[in-house]
Design a protein around this ligand. Structure first.
Ligand SMILES: Cc1cc2nc3c(=O)[nH]c(=O)nc-3n(C[C@H](O)[C@H](O)[C@H](O)COP(=O)(O)OP(=O)(O)OC[C@H]3O[C@@H](n4cnc5c(N)ncnc54)[C@H](O)[C@@H]3O)c2cc1C
Length: 532
């Protein structure tokens, strides 16, 4: 489909290239609106690459009686899994039970229990966990994912890494999602349907002129351009309030609560492929998740983050908190020496006045504002899991302004590379093995989980590794790098090794520097792609 031209008036201008901005852009352009999006850094460079990477209902939100949110997210898991079986897959979560496990004190459930069962003194009874898991299994029309089972831990591979005091556990399902690739694939699909996606382009102001929005964009090189739009979607995540007040100069009462969440990546802590859901004595929970074959991902924390302009980092205190938490469950304590990488992101939650960061609602809130004249839709909160539903809700708010808006369409439509059945991975693997016999198993699996059925387009008629050009390390080849530059909006080595892939965990700093130099040189030799 033709992309709209720079000089046109666009129907919808989306600020922010995280999951919510890209999801809304994709949905809107597919319904016949002209759409342009600006992301000030790389796609998914903020919260949408810093999540725990789960399509999940959020078991713990049941304690906050966030039933609508949990139900919507549970139903959505399978819809999303079917549309992207390359970047999402089912995972089993093992929840060890111990009688001293406690609720966070300000959940509605703990308040009720304190009244009806005061002798429990904030402890979570086993029957309540079973009831929660029963609801989790049945609220969301589960068809593909396996239901909950209870298991004995003693003498089993799943029990082996845990301390002996844990004898009993429950096991339930959720799904993994490659968060930053999800964003890029939504952006690619939006572009393929006609949206104009600008990366490294900041929205510096937006004003009303003659009933239209005049939006000033600034590229990272400093060049400026003005776009005229009928409506704005402010999907700038943690910056949502900053955009309302500073960039658009709108007087508004709406506020965002910034809650920082950090993760540590350690060497692989155990051999099986299941995740653990650990409940702390402070009522919080953390996950340990098998990650990128050789590592374990542990997260997350919850801490108020005061200044949006301050880059979130996993502080030494947060590292220690996660290490101590996991070490209360695992036989072999986890220490600072085990950490190979950390990352941190900021949840842009709607400020609902909750007292603790953990208790602030994870639900999304959409606020339509016409106080400046033209319409602007502000997006607060949300989860990766509900991005498609959030986009549908956003389109309900947008549609009244555009008579041509088509009906809902995204449920069941595959993202690029995801056009194969959920149980079709083995068949696709065999086809790839036959056609590209030079790929090692690890290499093949990595490509399949990143590009799905598009691996065939990426590798083309290659017969040998040499046909794919320079190997930058860990089997990242020139062919793949070019694909990421030409089709996936990648500009720097960092975009490639941390967001299009996680090869940053494996490549040496020398290899990364060589990739960076190669990209700088090849960019210098390219014709300018899209002048701001
Ligand atoms: C620690 C943590 C763990 C999480 N785990 C999960 C999970 O497992 N499952 C789940 O479903 N959800 C999870 N979430 C929630 C989920 O990650 C977020 O809700 C989601 O990523 C928010 O996306 P967004 O598009 O609103 O924001 P962002 O991804 O932050 O995107 C906003 C974008 O706007 C851009 N921007 C800002 N200002 C401008 C401007 N002036 N011009 C142009 N661009 C601009 C920013 O650069 C940014 O890229 C987690 C969140 C955190 C923090």
């Amino acid at each position: 489909m033709d992309q709209h031209k720079n000089q046109d008036i666009v129907d919808l201008f989306v600020i922010g290239g995280g999951i919510n901005g890209c999801g809304i852009a994709r949905d809107a352009v597919g319904r016949g609106l002209s759409v342009e999006l600006a992301e000030m850094n790389d796609l998914a460079s903020a919260t949408s690459s810093a999540s725990t990477k789960l399509f999940h209902g959020g078991l713990r939100y049941l304690e906050y009686w966030e039933i609508r949110l949990v139900r919507e997210a549970l139903i959505e898991r399978e819809t999303l899994l079917k549309a992207m079986p390359h970047i999402s897959w089912p995972m089993r979560f093992v929840l060890p039970y111990h009688k001293d496990m406690r609720f966070e004190s300000d959940t509605p459930t703990s308040k009720v229990l304190n009244v009806v069962m005061p002798w429990m003194k904030g402890r979570r009874p086993a029957w309540l966990i079973r009831f929660g898991l029963f609801m989790y299994d049945n609220l969301g029309g589960r068809k593909i994912l396996k239901g909950t089972t209870s298991l004995k831990l003693k003498g089993t591979p799943v029990g082996a890494p845990l301390q002996d005091r844990f004898e009993q556990a429950y096991e339930y399902s959720d799904c993994w999602i490659e968060d930053s690739r999800l964003v890029v694939l939504n952006a690619r699909d939006a572009q393929a349907r006609g949206a104009l996606i600008n990366v490294r382009t900041k929205v510096v102001s937006a004003t009303q002129v003659g009933g239209m929005w005049q939006i000033t964009l600034e590229a990272q090189g400093g060049e400026r351009r003005i776009v005229t739009a009928r409506m704005i979607v402010n999907a700038s995540g943690p910056w949502v309030e900053d955009i309302i007040r500073s960039t658009m100069r709108i007087n508004s009462n709406e506020g965002v609560r910034l809650v920082r969440g950090s993760h540590i990546v350690t060497r692989k802590l155990y051999d099986h492929d299941k995740c653990y859901f650990f409940q702390g004595e402070d009522g919080r929970i953390i996950f340990t998740i098998p990650y990128e074959t050789d590592f374990t991902l542990i997260g997350t924390t919850d801490a108020d983050h005061v200044d949006v302009h301050e880059k979130p980092v996993c502080t030494p205190q947060e590292q220690d908190y996660l290490l101590d938490f996991a070490s209360k469950y695992l036989k072999q304590p986890v220490t600072r020496d085990d950490i190979v990488f950390t990352y941190s992101g900021v949840r842009p939650l709607y400020n609902d006045g909750a007292t603790s960061a953990t208790a602030a609602t994870r639900d999304y809130v959409l606020k339509l504002d016409q106080s400046a004249g033209g319409p602007i839709l502000n997006v607060f909160g949300g989860k990766i899991t509900t991005y498609r539903k959030l986009a549908e809700s956003a389109l309900e708010e947008i549609a009244p302004f555009f008579a041509q808006t088509g009906p809902q369409w995204t449920a069941g439509v595959a993202l690029p590379g995801g056009d194969f059945p959920v149980d079709g991975v083995a068949a696709l693997t065999e086809k790839l093995k036959t056609k590209y016999s030079f790929l090692t198993e690890r290499w093949l699996n990595r490509l399949l989980k990143a590009y799905g059925s598009e691996v065939f387009d990426l590798l083309g008629d290659a017969k040998t590794e040499g046909d794919l050009g320079q190997n930058f390390g860990s089997n990242l080849t020139e062919r793949e790098v070019n694909w990421l530059i030409e089709r996936e909006f990648a500009n720097t080595a960092e975009d490639i090794i941390w967001r299009r892939s996680k090869l940053g965990l494996r490549m040496t700093s020398k290899e990364i520097d060589a990739l960076d130099s190669w990209m700088v040189n090849s960019a210098a030799n390219l014709p300018e792609q899209h002048a701001v």
